[in-house]
Design a protein. Structure first.
Lengths: 179, 468
């Protein structure tokens, strides 16, 4: 169990780094997109590469940032029952949900999206737009994001089990994300 | 009920069971989709080939230009809500209107509308107004129920008033242009503010003791310094909003680009108010990242669900059930609004938008309902979900920051008249579609979809190829 907890801490640290990276991508994509709009109107200049990089970065924020979002417990829940469960009840719901809901879905999505990426990578597929980017990095985001989420799901599962066994303390209080 | 087989109703019921457990919605939706997909494959109701389309669909979500507006508008709001604009606005406007009975409530409503436009989050508006105005209104003897009610209700105007994120998401789900959606929401936003103001005015006449003017010794002399303070708080933010909305309405930029310009403009605005710090930007980046990922993952989960649901003819089942309602258009709208009103007790806006709206939209279109009208109507309706006790978000946030002498029962009962007013607005919008379409018909005749992004050497702005 101690080994698993160390593994879980390692995964948390990895996804935290990825999450920080995604934070910066937000700022970068704002400036790129605003820059694109300004360039088009002031200099009538537009580049497909810069138009495409916007949604590459958006995809990266969504898919790679999801694992850090999971770590921070910010994926929205329906908390009508959940909020009234005991600490132990919430740990059990999470552990069962991670094992029976999330991990199978993620593994299935990796299974579906990995061949798509490999095919694109092997063929060196490029965007059909003039000056567009190569496509495999965007397609890599799917399996990579789902893989990181699976890792984080596994880490969260370990933590829930350890907390149920009384080995660690875990904050399960859930607050809905602000909106 | 079972004319399209037993699977779609079972799946719908299954979705509710899976979600109510309390595990994050994005993953529960994916799980319910795959679980029923598997059952469907085993019983011969569903073809496994459908699932092969999933990577393509998810790829389509991340390369969707409109959804890219989510981080931009969120970032803009996250910056502005933390840079002290709310404080400036509320204090100044409160002083301006304070000397008349009910003036503080009027200030809260007006500031709520401005804050709603610039920050876009209900939580931010309610918390800011609760922290600043609640103590002031309590000190000057405002009725407690009225105080909490007006603060919570003014916070929810955020949902409807353009440029609202909610309307971007609705436009995406309904397949309409964001510019039209924003134009459509202008009428109901004005109506809502008017109804709220009228209510305060009537109460000020009938029960002046419940909302006394601020006493002379607490007033600042009316004059240039006060006006300047209010204008300094209001004008730069209003200019930013008009720049964002104007570029969309006049077809100068796509909503996504306007959002990006707004985000960069927000950095400038924060700098203008001398409140731009790296810490502020860092926090805004972080909350934008998690919110974006969370929202789009609900969409990914609901894509898994709806692919299987549609594969089992669930869409036809819903359509069959709903198009048979008595009363045609109006019957459908009344049913849908009651349905969403109750659904909103349990589900958030994003869950409703991604799960329920795609099921309802084709039926609405088939009945000849204008989808802009439909979207704005549902948006007005979903505002109430922030307000109804005991789960309403706005009340929850207000409870979180209210001092202990404010009783929870005051917050709950205080919300009731405002929920009633929002429901009246729903009825007005149903009965008078012109409140939405007036601006559409008479607004500038530029379709934001018609903006072409000029590409050197041809190629067009076709979406990226979805070859796999």
């Amino acid at each position: 169990m101690q080994f698993l907890l160390r593994l879980s801490r390692g995964i948390d640290a990895l996804n935290q780094r990825v999450g920080y990276l995604c934070d910066y991508l937000i700022l970068i994509v704002c400036f790129i997109s605003a820059g694109n709009a300004l360039m088009r109107y002031t200099f009538s200049y537009s580049s497909n590469a810069f138009l495409e990089i916007q949604w590459y970065l958006f995809g990266a924020v969504v898919l790679l940032g999801a694992s850090y979002t999971l770590k921070r417990n910010e994926h929205v829940r329906v908390d009508v029952l959940y909020a009234n469960l005991s600490e132990r009840g919430r740990l059990i719901v999470d552990a069962v949900g991670l094992l029976c809901f999330m991990l199978p879905v993620m593994i299935f999505l990796i299974y579906l999206s990995l061949p798509v990426f490999l095919q694109s990578y092997a063929s060196g597929e490029k965007s059909v737009n003039t000056g567009g980017l190569i496509l495999w990095p965007a397609k890599l985001l799917l399996p990579l994001g789902f893989f990181l989420l699976s890792l984080q799901g596994f880490s969260e599962f370990i933590k829930r089990c350890a907390a149920l066994m009384g080995l660690i303390e875990l904050e399960t209080k859930y607050e809905k994300p602000l909106q | 009920m079972f004319s399209h087989g037993i699977m779609p109703p079972l799946m719908f019921a299954g979705m509710i069971c899976f979600m109510v457990i309390g595990f994050p919605v994005a993953f529960s939706l994916g799980a319910v989709g795959l679980f029923f997909g598997l059952v469907g494959i085993l019983t011969g109701h569903f073809d496994a080939l459908f699932l092969q389309a999933l990577p393509l669909r998810i790829y389509g979500i991340i390369s969707n230009d409109l959804l890219l507006a989510i981080p931009f508008f969120t970032f803009m709001g996250a910056l502005l809500e933390r840079c002290g604009l709310a404080e400036d606005l509320l204090e100044g406007t409160g002083q301006l209107f304070g000397p008349i009975p009910g003036g503080l409530a009027v200030a809260v409503i007006l500031v709520g509308a401005v804050l709603g436009a610039i920050t876009g989050t209900v939580a931010a508006s309610v918390i800011a107004m609760g922290v600043i105005s609640l103590p002031v209104m309590m000190r000057y003897g405002y009725d407690m129920k009225l105080t909490t009610g007006v603060i919570a209700a003014s916070g929810t105007i955020t949902q409807l008033i353009p440029p609202s994120l909610v309307l971007v998401v609705l436009a995406d789900q309904l397949g309409k242009s964001v510019g039209d959606m924003y134009l459509g929401a202008i009428g109901p936003s004005i109506l809502q503010v008017t109804i709220f103001l009228a209510y305060v005015a009537v109460l000020a006449i009938l029960r002046p003791n419940s909302m006394p003017p601020i006493p002379p010794e607490a007033r600042q002399p009316f004059g240039w310094p006060l006006l300047r303070r209010v204008l300094w708080g209001m004008i730069p933010s209003i200019v930013l909003i008009f720049l964002v909305l104007g570029t969309i309405f006049f077809g100068l930029a796509t909503p996504t680009e306007a959002g990006a310009l707004g985000a960069v403009g927000a950095i400038g605005l924060a700098a203008l108010h001398r409140r731009l710090t790296w810490n502020l930007v860092r926090q805004a980046m972080s909350s934008t990242m998690t919110l974006t990922s969370m929202v789009v993952f609900i969409l990914i989960g609901s894509t898994v669900f709806s692919l299987v649901f549609q594969g089992m003819d669930g869409g036809r089942w819903i359509e069959h059930m709903l198009s048979g309602l008595p009363g045609g258009q109006v019957g459908f709208l009344i049913f849908v609004n009651i349905f969403i009103f109750f659904l909103a007790f349990f589900l958030d806006f994003f869950e409703i938008a991604f799960i329920v709206i795609p099921l309802l939209a084709p039926v609405a279109a088939k009945l000849g309902i204008d989808l802009i009208w439909f979207g704005v109507l549902l948006c007005v309706n979903m505002q109430t979900s922030f307000m109804h006790p005991p789960f309403g978000f706005a009340l929850f946030y207000l409870r979180g920051i209210a001092p202990p002498q404010v009783k929870s029962s005051d917050i709950y009962w205080g919300a009731v008249p405002w929920v009633v007013m929002q429901l009246i607005l729903v009825i007005i919008v149903i009965a008078w579609p012109g409140s939405v379409t007036y601006w559409l018909d008479h607004g500038p005749k530029v379709d934001p979809n018609s903006i072409k992004i000029e590409i050197p050497l041809g190629g067009g702005d076709a979406p990226p190829p979805l070859k796999f």
